[in-house]
Design a binder for this molecule. Structure first.
Ligand code: C2G
Length: 136
């Protein structure tokens, strides 16, 4: 069984997330997603719209995802690769080169991001729509 691992915040799930999860799963047989906890997001300088538990529930409903584990630190990736016997580590190309140290333990595959979609833009749209609603 070929096991694949990827990480992310996966807030406000959108087609860019689905595309990379689909492609990651197609590279193997079993996909594990390291989902950033709310505390780790704070370290990343991110504040997600949905809580970790909500994002986990949503992610677990995606047919490409086999297991969701918490991503609590930058440093856990090597341990996770070993612990779960990972064959392929996958990330979008905004992370190109950042995790090459994992090449010692598994294949590192960088995939192109889906253009013109992001949780940030969705969040901004929601914020603006809500402000407009409040004014009306
Ligand atoms: N992604 C994508 N296309 C987009 C947006 C995101 O392919 N339009 C990919 C990213 O490249 C990443 C994954 O979807 O591989 C999750 O993206 P985020 O939730 O934004 O994750 P990020 O904040 O980049 O956290 O340790 C790694 C970090 O936890 C990654």
């Amino acid at each position: 069984m070929k096991k694949v691992l990827t990480y992310g915040t996966y807030d406000l799930l959108h087609v860019g997330h689905i595309n990379i999860l689909k492609k990651a799963k197609e590279l193997g047989d079993y996909l594990i997603v390291g989902l950033s906890t709310d505390e780790f997001n704070a370290i990343k300088g991110k504040k997600s719209f949905y809580t970790y538990e909500q994002r986990k529930t949503i992610l677990e409903a995606v047919k490409y995802v086999d297991l969701v584990i918490p991503e609590k630190t930058w440093e856990q990736k090597t341990d996770d690769v070993k612990k779960y016997n990972i064959d392929i580590f996958v990330m979008g190309d905004d992370w190109e080169g950042k995790f090459d140290f994992l090449k010692e333990y598994c294949e590192v595959k960088i995939l192109p991001r889906t253009p013109d979609v992001s949780s940030t833009s969705a969040r901004n749209y929601l914020d603006e729509a809500y402000k407009t609603l409040l004014k009306s």
